[in-house]
Design a protein around this ligand. Structure first.
Ligand code: SF4
Ligand code: SF4
Length: 367
């Protein structure tokens, strides 16, 4: 059974604000022992797609940056490029989006370094003993870090059910080609939007994309689903087929989460923020209304235990009406299933525990 530390959101004095609670959680969960002097410490978070405004607050990241620096380590804020074309699909646009969202040195006190390089090509394979994969593609900046603190905004997700620490490790620490492996989908060309520039044919590592009569043509037999063509297209003419079977998708996600912590036994800490619990991932360029009230902040050394505790706390709330939550409003009912009824976020913790990422049993300790 793993300890999960919890701070509620009540505050009636100068020593009870959220920043101080984050610092106390850092100490209570023993993160000070896992970060060593001289470490390059990754602070892994999601800076939010442009248009989303409920991503993790930069001032919260700053508390963790300062705690890491007090240990004599060198923190950096990090994330990886997206599979889809958007405001974070290369390191230049990603860094600009991060700064626009407040993840600037002046605010967070640490540089933003995109872990998978300029165009998502900086990654290495690591061995894993997963259900679907024997190897996972993990961003070089994650693998090269000595220690890591994973800050996760807990919210819903239309495929994974919800996003917490496990998903932040899996999708969040892999390059676009690793994300594509997890989704196991393939791109397709919207021919009427194709201008015939040929840029997709130049970046395709499989020669799967060719020009036929002045329009892009994809050979599905050669395509490995890396998404490079999609990000290269200036017309937005290449889309991705996101449809996938839910359970195998979640299993692939858990495999990749295992890859993200490769080589860092006892060197990764997790903080989950149960604030602005929206129905969608922060990858969407909007923020819908929260489905339950704000709850608090959790810290643990176990990504499975902290996600399980997060799910239990979310489900214990009464759900909001006039939101995307369509069912399961009563306390105790599954809120993310009430939002996305075809998926099952609870399977993430079951599956992750099965492959040894952590344990579902936890003891909640209120600080
Ligand atoms: S997804 Fe990758 S392999 Fe498939 S066509 Fe696009 S660039 Fe080529
Ligand atoms: S990059 Fe886009 S516009 Fe250019 S050929 Fe490929 S699909 Fe068409």
């Amino acid at each position: 059974m793993t300890d999960v530390y919890f701070a509620d959101l009540r505050a009636r004095g100068p020593h009870e604000n959220k920043s101080q609670k984050i610092r106390r959680l850092f100490d209570a969960a023993g993160f000070g022992r896992m970060v060593r002097p001289g470490d390059l410490t990754a602070i892994k978070l999601h800076v939010g797609e442009r248009g989303c405004d409920t991503y993790l607050r930069p001032i919260f990241a700053r508390q963790v940056v300062e705690k890491v620096r007090e240990r004599g380590a060198h923190p950096f804020i990090t994330d990886t490029g997206t599979l889809y074309a958007g405001s974070r699909s290369d390191a230049v646009r990603h860094t600009v989006t991060a700064i626009e969202h407040g993840f600037d040195y002046a605010v967070v006190g640490a540089p933003v370094i995109i872990a998978d390089g300029l165009r998502g090509g900086h990654w290495r394979e690591v061995p894993i003993n997963g259900k679907h994969f024997e190897r996972a593609r993990i961003a070089g900046g994650i693998l090269d870090a000595d220690s890591m603190i994973v800050l996760s905004h807990v919210k819903g997700h239309d495929l994974a059910g919800f996003g917490g620490a496990i998903k932040n490790l899996a999708m969040g620490c892999s390059p676009p080609s690793g994300k594509a492996e997890q989704h196991a989908g393939r791109p397709f060309v919207e021919v009427e939007r194709c201008g015939g520039c040929g840029k997709c044919t130049l970046v395709c590592p499989q020669a799967a994309m060719t020009l036929v009569e002045g329009r892009a043509h994809l050979n599905p037999e050669h395509c490995v689903g890396c998404g490079d063509c999609m990000r290269a297209c200036p017309e937005g003419a290449i889309e991705f087929d996101w449809t996938t079977e839910i359970r195998p998708f979640i299993e692939r996600l858990c495999d990749y989460a295992l890859g993200a912590v490769h080589g860092k036994a006892g060197r990764v800490g997790y903080i989950n923020f149960l604030l602005n619990i929206t129905p969608d991932c922060d990858c969407v360029p909007w923020s819908d209304a929260a489905i339950v009230p704000d709850i608090g902040i959790l810290a643990s050394t176990d990504p499975v235990a902290i996600d399980q505790a997060s799910l239990d706390l979310v489900n214990s709330e009464r759900g909001f009406v006039r939101t995307q939550l369509a069912a399961n409003h009563a306390p105790g009912e599954d809120k993310f299933r009430g939002t996305w009824d075809y998926t099952d976020g609870r399977y993430q913790t079951t599956c992750a525990a099965r492959i040894g990422l952590g344990e579902e049993d936890y003891r909640l300790i209120e600080i």
